[in-house]
Design a binder for this molecule. Structure first.
Ligand code: ADP
Ligand code: MG
Length: 218
């Protein structure tokens, strides 16, 4: 399969390409080459590729592109929510997100279990455009009404198989029910698509998804 030579071929905003350039990232990986344009035209997506293949940028780039192409950011509530199974993974996603948002007008917040709830509520009250979270704590914030998802446009599930293995199905369903199901786009990433629970939750959360599976599942 022919790889896109560079990120410009994928139709990304030149500001994003510049940020990637500064990080020494010039050429999309295979999952990025396939997932970024599919996500950018608005399709729901369920995708798998092996660890280390660049899945984080495969979903953060379309998320950033979506924010950048909006003329005015007037609505409150986060536009983009990224869920990751563990504190460590959520922190890694957040670090990559910050490397894309620094120097832009876009605000991001990190919501992890095991940390001060009120501090997080204060950060959420500042109307971040993107929230990265673990599912349990995110569900707590919805219960306590320190977070609303009526304006959500893009829901991303990273390592969905692991979230389900950790018992987060109920929280994912709760978030799905609240999060503007009709208008939003959903991207789901998993180490494998051959996972009964992943497919069951995909059928609830995704609308006519495109499937992308790169290489052998690990
Ligand atoms: P995965 O989620 O698939 O396990 P990551 O998104 O964590 O993989 O990416 C693994 C590493 O590869 C990260 O350090 C990331 O910065 C780097 N990386 C991602 N995309 C590219 C790219 N197109 N070119 C070079 N390095 C990349
Ligand atoms: Mg990953």
């Amino acid at each position: 399969m022919s790889q896109a030579e560079n990120f410009k071929d994928l139709g990304l905003d030149t500001r994003l390409i510049k940020i990637l350039d500064h990080q020494g990232i010039y050429k999309p990986t295979e999952i990025q080459e396939q997932a970024v344009p599919t996500a950018m035209v608005g399709h729901d997506l369920i995708a798998s590729s092996k660890t280390g293949s660049g899945k984080t940028l495969a979903f953060l780039l379309p998320a950033m592109q979506r924010l950048m192409k909006q003329k005015a950011l007037t609505k409150r509530d986060p536009r983009v929510l990224v869920l990751a199974p563990t504190r460590e993974l959520a922190k890694q996603v957040y670090a990559q997100l910050r490397s894309l948002t620094s120097g832009t007008q876009f605000k991001a917040a990190l919501v992890l279990g095991g940390e001060n709830f009120n501090d997080q509520a204060k950060a959420l009250a500042k109307d971040p455009h993107v929230v990265v979270a673990t599912p349990g704590r995110l569900a707590n914030h919805l219960d306590e009404r320190s977070l609303f998802l009526a304006g959500l446009e893009l829901l991303i599930l990273d390592e969905a198989d692991r979230m389900l293995d950790l018992g987060f199905a109920e929280q994912l369903q709760q978030i799905n029910n609240i999060a503007n199901h009709r208008l939003r786009q959903t991207l789901m990433f998993s180490a494998t698509l051959d996972h009964a629970e992943v497919n069951a939750i995909a059928s609830q959360l995704l609308k006519a998804p495109k499937r992308i599976a790169i290489g052998a599942a690990n």
